[in-house]
Design a protein around this ligand. Structure first.
Ligand SMILES: Cc1cc2nc3c(=O)[nH]c(=O)nc-3n(C[C@H](O)[C@H](O)[C@H](O)COP(=O)(O)OP(=O)(O)OC[C@H]3O[C@@H](n4cnc5c(N)ncnc54)[C@H](O)[C@@H]3O)c2cc1C
Length: 286
């Protein structure tokens, strides 16, 4: 049995997700004085261990994410065998990093699928619905919105593909891969939230109702801007890594870019070639 109980687990009411009914994976600060990345551990705690109180199921946008759900759990002097520490004491962050990379990519892939579904629903609506004497789809602004949505979805898809490809090839400990993972985590949920938001607008009231999957997709995207870490934190990580990489960028040493106009640009007084002159003459007859 443990000779000590992690201080945060004794005193704080923490929110943990119940992965299944028998065990909860508990992450807590076990050594605040350790090196920055070694302060936390992950511990397997059987859910019937004395000292655990299930306070209430938590809700997000009024939903309790049934049947799994998210509980607020109070841990009071909970004791488990030391063997229940996963991977080793102080390696909680390491486990999170290993698990969260693939998890985040997976979330982004699902969001892209939801965006495709939202776009399909919106296109179906605007192709059918007629207002002020013409189909919604005949409005320039609607076509523009649809084109922008397609561009946004493809941007997300390519970003995720690149991150997944790097993770496959180099693993998620590689620096550039970790930057890509932070970027997709921050960029994709926000972009898809905006995509779904526009689709909801195109669908009218139906897009906000239980007759459409759109508001669920919107809630999912919005929630993923917070779950697994807020946008700001991931952009901060990605930005910090970019600055580190830029230190070694050889382009930094090139200095100011001076344009050699005598080489790059044609002056108005320069002679026009015979071929071009011919084309110009023919063109002027049109
Ligand atoms: C639906 C849902 C499911 C979740 N599931 C899980 C789960 O399965 N496992 C798990 O461990 N956690 C889970 N979480 C918790 C989630 O990871 C945290 O809520 C999130 O990391 C933010 O931490 P916090 O709530 O303590 O807010 P804080 O850390 O207090 O942050 C609040 C706000 O401060 C700002 N901020 C914070 N740090 C910075 C920074 N460095 N730079 C700039 N701005 C900053 C951001 O705007 C941020 O939104 C879940 C949360 C939600 C909403």
């Amino acid at each position: 049995m443990w000779g000590w109980v992690p201080p945060l687990l004794q005193t704080h009411s923490l929110i943990f997700q119940l992965f299944f009914f028998l065990f909860s994976f508990t992450k807590g600060k076990t050594n605040p004085g350790a090196a920055k990345h070694a302060t936390t551990s992950q511990i397997l705690v059987p859910t019937d261990t004395p000292g655990i109180t299930y306070l209430r199921p938590m809700e997000t946008f009024g939903e309790n994410d049934a049947p799994k759900g998210h509980m607020e759990i109070l841990f009071e002097n909970v004791r488990v065998p030391f063997d229940n520490v996963l991977l080793g004491e102080g390696r909680g962050f390491e486990i999170s990093q290993g698990r969260l990379g693939p998890g985040r990519i997976h979330h982004c892939m699902r969001l892209i699928g939801q965006a495709e579904r939202a776009l399909a629903a919106a296109c179906d609506q605007v192709l059918k619905r007629e207002v002020f004497g013409k189909k919604l789809s005949r409005n320039d602004i609607v076509m523009q919105d649809i084109a922008k949505i397609r561009a946004n979805i493809e941007c997300c898809r390519l970003l995720v593909l690149k991150a997944a490809d790097r993770m496959d090839a180099l693993g998620n400990k590689d620096g550039k891969t970790r930057q890509m993972l932070s970027l997709v985590k921050a960029y994709v949920p926000h972009a898809i939230q905006e995509v779904v938001d526009t689709c909801m607008q195109m669908c009218g009231g139906r897009g906000f109702s239980q007759d459409s999957p759109l508001f669920h997709a919107w809630m999912g995207a919005r929630t993923l801007r917070m779950a697994d870490g807020p946008d700001e934190v991931h952009y901060r990580t990605a930005g910090r890594m970019e600055l580190q990489q830029q230190r070694n960028n050889r382009m930094r040493g090139l200095g100011e870019y001076v344009v050699d106009e005598s080489v790059v640009f044609r002056k108005s007084g320069d002679a026009i070639s015979e071929g071009t002159l011919k084309i110009l003459k023919e063109y002027s007859k049109l």
